[in-house]
Design a protein around this ligand. Structure first.
Ligand code: GLU
Length: 296
């Protein structure tokens, strides 16, 4: 049945939120805050909530953690649309986006091991501080961008490699970038993708990365509002650059406060102490979780 123009318009204007955890550990209080905010903002907007399982890191993701995500979210009283998108089932879509960037001459392979990169960074640091990205990782210090096409082919056939975005060239082709941020009021934020250097977008054995798959998925799923922790604020700069290079729309971003531990540190999945499971096993109720994360 054809949709009436009015219904089509409603659909176009509908707000679509997503919660996108990685199944590499149990959800903790920080995830609870994010998931509850997405759920409640979607409801308040009369919109939709999608759940996306970000499971491209096959070495660390486990089906048991994925099942725990469903259980913990349902226990909190959150509901989401089916089917759930699992990134591991969409690798060809990320590969197509990567190919598009490669065809535009914006991707190059690099071959240094982690140890070689550390050594190069130490050499650069000896001459004056080598720049770090917003997460504290040194920018790529190598010279792989300058290898000849023949040399690239030869080395790619021989061993592992990372596929990097040529950020400098990409920025020459784009206008200044920014995004609309509602995490602390309503403001236009200027993006600074150059702070990330030549980020890795894929590897020989993994055809994607967090940055690439998140922008492809947000666009494919029609996400209009990205609500996530403040720890991903700086990454939005690189996401905006990829969106423009791939002709993808920009959602509105809301980076919320983080839930911190007693020492004022960001919660980590590995510590377990604030995992929703542990709290629930200790007798906590969903209302206690809301209180612990500072929701009324
Ligand atoms: N998968 C990411 C995480 O668990 C979240 C990505 C996002 O919200 O953009 O931290």
């Amino acid at each position: 049945m054809a949709l009436s123009p009015c219904a089509t318009l409603r659909c176009l204007l509908m707000s679509i939120f997503r919660f996108a955890p990685s199944p590499n550990g149990y959800l903790h209080l920080g995830h609870a805050l994010s998931a509850l905010m997405n759920f409640e903002l979607a409801r308040a907007a009369g919109g939709r909530l999608l759940l996306r399982i970000e499971d491209i890191d096959t070495a660390r993701c486990r089906p048991a953690y994925e099942n725990a995500i469903y259980e913990d979210l349902a226990w909190l009283g959150i509901s989401w649309e089916q089917p759930v998108r699992r990134q591991s089932e969409h690798l060809d879509e990320y590969a197509a986006a990567l190919k598009r960037l490669a065809n535009a001459g914006l991707i190059y392979p690099s071959f240094e091991t982690r140890g070689e990169i550390l050594r190069l960074v130490a050499e650069r640091d000896a001459l004056g501080p080598w720049p770090r990205d917003p997460d504290g990782t040194p920018l790529y210090p190598g010279a792989a961008k300058n290898l000849s096409p023949e040399e690239r082919e030869r080395r790619m056939a021989r061993g592992p490699y990372a596929l990097r975005l040529d950020t400098e060239t990409a920025l020459l082709r784009t206008r200044p970038l920014g995004w609309h941020e509602t995490g602390s009021g309503n403001e236009e934020i200027q993006a600074h993708p150059e702070q990330w250097g030549d980020v890795v977008l894929a590897r020989k054995d993994t055809p994607t990365s967090y940055h690439l798959s998140v922008v492809v998925d947000d666009a494919l799923q029609g996400i209009t509002h990205v609500v996530r922790g403040r720890d991903l604020f700086a990454a939005t700069s690189i996401h905006r650059l990829l969106q423009v290079l791939l002709d993808l729309p920009s959602p509105t971003y809301h980076h919320h406060r983080l839930v911190l531990d007693a020492q004022g540190r960001k919660l980590a999945k590995s510590t377990g102490a604030t995992s929703l499971r542990r709290l629930r096993d200790g007798g906590a109720k969903p209302a206690d979780i809301r209180r612990l994360v500072g929701l009324a």
